[in-house]
Every structure is written in structure tokens, then in C-alpha cells.
Design a protein around this ligand. Sequence first.
Ligand SMILES: Cc1ncc(C[n+]2csc(CCOP(=O)(O)OP(=O)(O)O)c2C)c(N)n1
Ligand SMILES: [Mg+2]
Length: 893
Amino acid sequence: MNDETAVRPQHTIDDVEIQEWLESLDSVLESSGPEVAAEILERLRAHATVNGIDLPFSANTPYANTIPVRLQPLFPGDQELERRIKSLIRWNALAMVVRANRVEHNIGGHISTYASAATLYEVGFNHFFRARTDEFEGDSVYFQGHAAPGIYARAFLEGRLTAHQLENFRRELKPGGGLSSYPHPWLMPDFWEFPTVSMGLSPLMAIYQARFNRYLENRGLKPPTDAKVWAFLGDGETDEPESLGAITLASREKLDNLIFVVNCNLQRLDGPVRGNGQIIQELESAFRGAGWNVIKVLWGSEWDPILERDTEGLLVKRMGEMVDGEYQKLVVSSGSYVRETFFGTDPRLLKLVEPLPDEALRRLRLGGHDPRKVYAAYKAAVEHQGSPTVILARTIKGYGLGEAGEGKNVTHQQKKLNEDELREFRSRFGIPLSDQDCIDVPFYRPPEDSAEIQYLRSRREARGGYVPQRKPRAKPLVADHDELFKEFLEGSEGREVSTTMAFVGMLRKMLKDPEIGKLIVPIVPDEARTFGMESLFRTVGIYSSVGQRYEPVDVNTLLYYKEARDGQILEEGITEAGSMASFIAAGSAYATHGINTIPFFIYYSMFGFQRIADFIWASADMRTRGFLLGGTAGRTTLSGEGLQHQDGNSHVLALPVPNLVAYDPAFAYEIAVIIQDGVRRMYKDGESIFYYLTVMNEPYAMPAMPGDVKDGILRGMYRFRKAANGKAKLRAQLLGSGAILNEALRAQEILDSKYGVAADVWSVTSYKELYKDGVETERWNRLHPGEKPRVPYVTECLADAPGVLVAASDYLKTLPNMISKWMPRHLAALGTDGFGRSEGRSSLRDFFEVDSRFIALAALHELFADGKIERSVLDKAAKDLGINTEKSNPVIS
Ligand SMILES: Cc1ncc(C[n+]2csc(CCOP(=O)(O)OP(=O)(O)O)c2C)c(N)n1
Ligand SMILES: [Mg+2]
């Protein structure tokens, strides 16, 4: 204890004093309004700080509703009818899951997520979500994946899905079709728009979607509207780093077209989200700190009169004291327990609820289950300007399931209800089914002319139609773009350029094209200079919703950093996930906006699939179109950077994405052919595919296209250069990809000049395409044994190509190996399995054994194995080529 505190008189807080302060604030509120009250509090805070009072920082507000009763708008709907409709949806959603699991044990499905979120969705459906129409672009709604049964159940009442389809929930392969477990546009392309079930992706995608909507407006590609992006998330989901990872972008960009609704049922799959804390308060401070408008919807209307009686603020204080684990327990407890545990801490609190019987205490609703509170929050959110809004709505997981799981830790997995539980649920929600009937859990839809169906239809009509609904509306492109790409087929006339430079040249030209120029969306995560794209800064500008408020430091240079409201480049900063979310928004605009934007997302190739593969998977599901470009690709082509940067994996990681077309091109003309064809397939023919191309930074002369090899380029391989001496006795076929094709060409010379081996060199542009063709051919032959067998393309290519086979790429050996079974002879596969190294290109290629010497040696070894050359020739070759046969194994060293 220091002297100062020793002499200071001890002063305990006096309730009377507090009361006086509160009363005077109330009177200011009444006489002068909230702005003046806020100003006074702000001044008090400043005064306190100046006088040395160390006020702890808190971004939190009390554990109370953000919107006070006096500011609550009137509920505009027929509350009773809406309750009945919601009850029917609850029943049918439950029926879907229960029935599905009766027929097929373990087929899964979730009851409790929708049960907790029903009011949050129904208020949205009846009063807010606007459909996409010819006149209005519509709102974009990201539904929580596990709430899908509720969304289907509503579509059933709307007459959009049949009982047969509901019956086949999670049984998509049943005759007549079924319903996918979660929102998958790939599987239900007329219904779902946004894949959300991999948790954490949808909040980030929604933020970038809202931002992209503004981008389209600021660039004049669509008129400004007040369309909203709604994202519904679970409170547990917010633990995914992606969920909150971009919230500052949303506030920085003032995305008041974005609304998050976090269903705070305080539980996730295993148990409480924050048993020992308060997830709502935690989220509030994170979002408020990030500049969001936060609306807490914690307490239902039944609490209002009690709160009104509490003139001392004791109840709100008590509400803020409980941790979530305790709250969860209260939910499943009796009224007397609530009285004792919650109110019993202070006689004054007990007095507040004295008039209420225990049953009433048990039935005190939470805010997220009260349509009036939810409506008030949504209305405030859509009217709010200048920042995005998050609604933190308190609910009960498994609401209405009673003994079958309400609020219990096991509720997430609950898929079966016994007869009593079904009857209880039926009674609680007033479903007109008899005791006997309800145990069969039939789907129930009232007649078309019932008040419920009429009301539901009229509400949707007023909002423009049904949601969700996916309706691609963009008109196909018409031009063939031959002229645009022609110059790139001609080669660089000896000038050394990298494939990245060649691509950037094409991008520059595409940006000027009258048809597609405006539609191109270049996306970079702080890597434009790496790829030599800085010239685009000046020509098309970097998108900034506020333009450029400063004079750039390099304004006097030709390529200065130009930001503009109508800038075309999305310079995302260091966020591959965010950039990918922009890619998804731009690549799906043909469906969401009816605009054929063509995204080109170029990034450091190692930080693509390796880091954000799940977003790539989601974009595939969403039928996103566009081009992903893995820059600085190739494990030995990217020199210096080492283990973390050198990518020898991405083409393997691209394999599992079914609708992704992947290429590892070597030359500019290959890229031109691939991109031109890609634009045609995606934007003219409307194929639901997207592209992955690796581009590299090794400069070399780009040859002209050797004849018409377009078909081969697209199908995955073509003969680039024949052997000079086709009559030689010793023959080889060398397959190279990307920058390693040049090594194969050098090996061709070595083999010819030193060992009399005549080799043809093939450019393999896509092992994935060759593989797809191979497995597809095999399958067709298997299923059509009576017909003339088809031949895999790779077999066809090599059928008349004599000699041993060697393939080399800058990626794992598994790529050539996976197609070797369709080759006429044994294949020696060279590749870059292992960890990269900080080194120069030639040392790296020596280390990974993929340079021209190793390719030549591999060919000689194959010839030796075939008995075509002597062992001594092979040994001497290793020596002459300077190959250390005892060197370390790159795969595991
Ligand atoms: C990335 C990812 N990890 C795990 C899961 C599996 N999973 C599905 S729902 C769930 C719990 C969800 O809790 P919460 O977000 O709070 O939603 P609630 O159902 O409570 O509304 C988990 C772990 C998933 N779908 N996605
Ligand atoms: Mg939850």
C-alpha cells in the first residue's frame, strides 16, 4: 500500500448515489433524447480519463437487448398465422429427419439447428428476404447448412418441393430424385445458391459477396440497389478463423448491404460453445471493435415487464453475471430452479418475479424465439447505414424438442424421437394430427386454400417470389476471340519471356477487348509486382470504394499505384481466402447477377490449393466460372524460395475437384489456346467448369505454335518436336510439362548428339485431362463389352511412337505414373517429390533429378533395361553427365 492510498478515505459504492446518477441520465434521455445522453456519457468518460481514472476498455454493452422496448416497431404481420406456419415447418423439418432415419439407419440429418433458428428464418421469409426478379436483383441469403431441413420444409409448404422429395431427404439417388443433405448448388442447381456447410466459409464468402456487389455498382456493371446479403451462422461456427477473419474489411468498406445473423444457441456439436464464458459478449466485442453495428436480441417480450419493474438495473446486471454453461442449464430446468438460481441471488430480484408462477418463469422466451424482437432487429439492420450489421440472437438449441433434446448437449445429433416425444412436439406446436397418426410422422401440408398457405404465398409474392432459388440469367458471349489470341500463337521471336509474362500480356489484351474487356476481374493477393502486373495498376486501376484520397508516393512514375472507384483490379492484400471469395463472387455473378464477369485470380501457387482448398471445393460446388492461376509455380522453377514456397503439389491437389480443368502449360501459345477455349466453354457454352493454370517465372524464348496442335493442347498432350533422325535404331519418347519441357528438349539434343538416341518430345499440358480421359474410356469399355473398345487418348498418341518412355515434370511423379498404365511400354517418371530447397534452378533440378541430364540418363536406363544398350554405356553416361549416383534422395531428405 503506498502513502497516497493509505490516506485516501475508503469509500464504498452507495446505492443511493448510483440511483441519483441513473435518474439524472433517465431525465436527460427523456428531455433531450439519446444523442444528448450519449454525448454526456462520452464527455464524462473523457473527463474521467483526464482526471486519472483508468477506465477499463470494453467494447461490450450490458447483457440486454440492444433495441429497447420503446424503440421497438410494431410487428406488421399476422403473428398468430405466422406462428402456425412456423409450427408446420418445424413439424415437417423434423419429419424429414425422423422418417429418413427410420428407413435408413444412420442416414443422418439435423433437427436441433433449425429448431433453434426457425423464428430467425421465418421472420426473414415473411418480411425481409427479397427474391431475384427481372426488375430487382434480390437479396442473397446464406443459410446455415445444418438448417437445410427447415428450408426444404418451407419450400414444401410453398408447393416448390413435393412430399416425395422430402421423403427422399438425403436419398438423392432414389428414383424421382431426393434432396441433398446441405445446400449444394451442384446437386440442386435450381434451388441452392450458396454452399455453406463447411463451416466458416460462408461468413467470409458473404462479406466478399457484399463487397463484390458494390464493385459491380461502382464499375457501372449494375445499377446501385439496396439488395442485402444475409448470412446465417452458428455461434460455434464463429470459432472457425475464416468466420471473423474478414470482418474488418466489411466495416472498412462500409458494407451496410451485409447482415450477419448469428444463431446463439450457446451450443455446438459436443457441448457449450463457451461454457465458462459468454459467446454473445465475446462476439459483441469482436464485432463492435471491428466497427460493426451490433444488435443483441437476447430476451423475449415476456421479460419486458420484469425489466420495466427493475428500476435499479439489477436484473441486467444479473443477466450479465451468468456464464453460458449456467444459462444452458437454466433452459432445461424447472421454473422453481430458475427462480432459485437466477433470481435467488438477491431478494430484490426475487421480488421482481414474485407475481409470476413457476410455469411462467420457465416460459420466459429468449429473444431469438420472439418474432417481435427478431423483426425489430432485422428492421434496424436493413435500415442501418454506414456499416455492416451483426445480429446476435439468443436461442435454444433443439427448441421445442422437450425431453428429446431441448438444450441438451446431445441435441445436435438427435435424429429419432420416441412416440411420446413426437406427441408432445405435435401438441406443443398444434399440428392437427391424431395421437395415432403423428407417430408415423407424416408430412403435413394444409390445403391450398387454407389461411396458412394463402398467407405464406402472399408474403412471398410481396417479396418478389421464392427464396432460395438459383436462376442463371447471364446471356452467353457471342464473339470467338480468334483475333484477340492470334498474336500469342506466333511466339516471341527469340525474346525470353516467362509464361507469367505471356499470361499478363494476354490479360492486358483481354482487358481491352470490346466484349470481354469490362467483364474481366483481375484478382491478386498482394502479388501483382511478383507477376509483373503493375502496369495494369495504371491502365485499369485498383478498385477502391472511396477512390484515392492521397497522392501516391510514386505518382510521378509511369506505373503508379492508382486506386479508383471504378478500378478493375481487386487487389485484396495478403488474403488468399479473401481473394478466393472474390473469385467465387465474380465467377458466380452469371447466376447471382446475370453478369458474365470473368475472374482471373493469380496467386503464389503454393498458397492456393495447399491453403484454401476447401474454398476451391466450395467454388466447384457453386458452379463458379473463371481462371485460377498458380503463379511462381514449379518446385524447381521457383528458385531461391525454398521449402514453403516451391510448389510441386498443386496439380496433384487439383485432381480431386471434379469440374476443375487443370493445365501445366509450357509456352505462350498453349496458354492462349487454353484461355480462349476456356472462355468459350464457360461463357459461351455455359459449362459449369473452371480452370487452373500454373504459370512460371523462368524466362525463355516462346516458340510459335508448331502447326495445328490446339486439340492436343486441350486434350492434354501433343508431339512438340519430332526426332531429327527418325530412322535411328535407338528411340525414345520424352514427355515434358511446364518449364521442364525445355529440359526434355535439351535431353533430346544430348541423347541425339552423344548417344545416338533419337527422341521425340511431347508437351504434356495436363495429366489431369489425360487421366480423366483414361478412366472414362476404361469405364465405357467395361460397361459396353459388346462394342468396339475405345482407346485412351494417351494410348492413341503413343501407339506409333517408338522407343522408351520418360516423363518429367515439376510436380510429383504420381502425375505421369497415374497414366502410365495406358502407355504401350514401361514409363520412367521423374518429378519433384520432397521438400523444396533454397537454391538456384539448375541446382534444384539436379537435386530433384529432373534436369536434361537426368532425363537423358532415364532414357538410357530404359534402353539398358530393354537390352538395347550395354551397361558400360549407361555407367559412362552417368559419369559424363556429371551425375552423382550416390547423391541424397530428394524424396525424404
Ligand atoms: C469445417 C467444418 N467442421 C466441422 C463440421 C461438423 N459440424 C457440423 S455442425 C457442427 C456444430 C455446429 O455448431 P454451431 O455452429 O453452433 O451451429 P448450431 O447447430 O448450434 O446452430 C459441427 C462441428 C462442419 N460442418 N464444418
Ligand atoms: Mg450453436
